[in-house]
Design a binder for this molecule. Structure first.
Ligand code: 3PG
Length: 413
């Protein structure tokens, strides 16, 4: 797959207003509301610094979490962290495309950096529609007259067809930022060279993405085994007929994931022996970790995979030639419940196969552990597994299209 889209190198940005989409969606402490990890902010700071060095007025769009979640917060802290990392001021405005935001943009000087508010505070952003329709949304209509170019660096969100990710590229000369470029190069090369056995370790709470990918990679024969962890595993345990007890069933219901339990039953039947479930789990009793076999789960929330499961998964990981992992194995932020995530990451790092891990939380955990030995740490979880499963990423496709629509004339080269 070729990188047939513009990159930062193709644009003359001097004194131009560049709208930059990044993905700084980060773990947030549910009790204090504080940012727990700055990995993604640090990552995008490279592109931001480069664009600003080229003399652009950099207007940044980003999201944090999804509506209804505890970590669905403003981007004020993100701006402060970014400013510290860059060692220069980053203006934050608690507005996305209203008159306040537009006023800030029109008063910017070259080299200045402005971070707009969490773009998902705006309801149209959540709608999944094709790029043409997204280019007619209010956010695009209001910001379009103020900007010259659109650069998308948000690889981690590139599987979403949302206005801020696909709408601007329909209308403006657009290209990829450095992170987008690097991620796609690494992942395309992994896809071209994948050796068997190929194992996917799928966890975290974004069950919809994981199950869709699981179905694709098992159907097309690219995956030999799927090791389930996190909430994905709990749904499959329920689907396989284990009594995961009321509290865990309620948790799944509250996330509106019940349809995936039915789906898991079908997948287990269709791909017998390919989807591996935890033999044991760790639950939280009186703030302590206690382990139980899957046949004997108490009425407490499951916070991690158990020790027997970790051993079994380590063996399968050791024998894999290609490994893709997405999402943590449990609530790794909670004391005593990071064992599954850490041990899985250690096994992957020790494996001699080619390995890619993805997702903000898993990348953050690997970062905190200071792990080396993983072939590529992707900033994107859903995006990377969708790509590896053969799906087209809407935000990348629209950049390709932008290159054929918007010819950049010589003076910009
Ligand atoms: C991610 O963290 O995977 C991206 O920011 C996308 O977030 P989403 O799954 O809420 O769209």
């Amino acid at each position: 797959m070729s990188l047939d889209f513009y990159t930062i190198d193709d644009f003359d940005m001097d004194d131009k207003t560049v709208l930059l989409r990044v993905d700084v969606n980060s773990p947030v402490d549910p009790n204090t509301g504080h940012l727990l990890d700055e990995t993604r902010i640090r990552l995008h700071s490279e592109t931001i610094a480069e664009i600003s060095r080229k003399g652009a007025k950099t207007v940044i769009l980003a999201h944090q979490s999804r509506p209804g979640r505890k970590d669905f917060t403003t981007l004020k802290q993100h701006a402060e962290a970014l400013s510290q990392i860059l060692g220069r001021p980053v203006t934050y405005v608690d507005d996305i495309f209203g008159s306040t935001a537009r006023g800030f943009i029109s008063r910017m000087r070259k080299g200045e950096i402005l971070l707009l508010e969490n773009v998902r505070f705006y309801s149209e952003e959540i709608l999944k529609r094709d790029p043409e329709l997204q280019s007619k949304t209010h956010i695009v209509k209001k910001l379009l007259p103020l900007v010259d170019y659109f650069i998308n660096d948000a690889f981690a969100a590139s599987h979403r067809s949302q206005p801020s990710l696909v709408g601007f590229a329909v209308k403006l000369p657009s290209g990829a930022g450095r992170i987008m470029e690097r991620e796609l190069k690494a992942l395309y090369s992994a896809m071209d060279n994948a050796e068997k056995p190929c194992v996917y370790v799928l966890g975290g709470v974004k069950v919809d993405d994981s199950i869709m990918v699981m179905e694709n990679v098992l159907s097309n024969g690219s995956a030999d085994y799927i090791l389930t962890t996190g909430l994905v595993a709990n749904i499959f345990l329920w689907g396989a007929g284990f009594n995961i007890r009321k509290k865990n069933r309620e948790f799944i219901k509250n996330k509106s994931y019940c349809e995936w339990v039915e789906k898991s039953k079908n997948l287990l039947k269709e791909f017998k022996g390919k989807i591996i479930l935890p033999r044991d789990v760790a639950v939280c009793i009186g703030d302590k970790r206690e382990e139980f076999r899957a046949e004997n789960i108490p009425n407490n929330l499951i916070y991690d995979i158990g020790t027997e499961t970790i051993k079994e998964y380590a063996q399968i990981i050791r024998e894999a030639r290609t490994l893709f992992a997405n999402g943590p194995a449990g609530v790794f932020e909670k004391e005593g419940f990071s064992i599954g995530t850490e041990d899985i990451l250690n096994s992957i790092a020790a494996s001699s196969g080619f390995s890619i891990i993805g997702g903000g939380h898993l990348a953050a955990a690997a970062n905190q552990m200071g792990l080396s030995g993983i072939s590529h740490v992707s900033s994107g979880g859903g995006a990377s597994i969708n790509l590896l499963a053969g799906e087209k990423l809407p935000a990348v496709e629209v950049l390709r299209r932008a290159k054929s629509i918007h010819k950049i004339c010589g003076k910009n080269k």
